[in-house]
Design a protein around this ligand. Structure first.
Ligand SMILES: [Zn+2]
Length: 125
């Protein structure tokens, strides 16, 4: 399953609030630093060569800079840890949690797996 298909996955990156990211108060600063480093990596085209498509650089960088600003301005007081619980537990259909326990990585691509596996392996890269 291709995880970029938001009509299939549902909970994803189409139309979400920054507060819906699975933040925890315990390690908020570390999470925020990590997320900002991921955004910076994407802005700097980290692993763009691994994608099976060519992103529109102007649009992607503009949107990533906007996301970076939203994350930078996000404060611990806005955290609702029920979102972390939602992302990290199974649902009523007894599916795997969206965030697999222990953050396992794809041995081939070295990226963190979701409940559907590796984004690159799933798309045939
Ligand atoms: Zn993989």
């Amino acid at each position: 399953m291709n995880q970029r298909d938001q009509s299939v996955i549902g909970i994803g990156t189409v139309g979400f609030s920054i507060s819906e990211i699975p933040w925890t108060k315990r390690d908020f600063n570390e999470l925020k630093r990590f997320l900002l480093s991921v955004i910076d990596g994407a802005i700097n085209k980290h692993r763009w060569e691994d994608l099976d498509y060519t992103p529109n650089e102007d649009i992607v960088v503009m949107v990533l800079n906007h996301l970076r600003l939203l994350i930078t301005d996000f404060q611990e007081a806005f955290i609702d840890e029920s979102h972390y619980i939602y992302w990290s537990t199974t649902d009523e259909l007894d599916e795997d949690p969206t965030i697999p326990i222990g953050f396992p990585q794809c041995s081939k691509h070295k990226i963190i797996l979701s409940c559907h596996g590796c984004l690159f392996c799933n798309s045939g890269v």
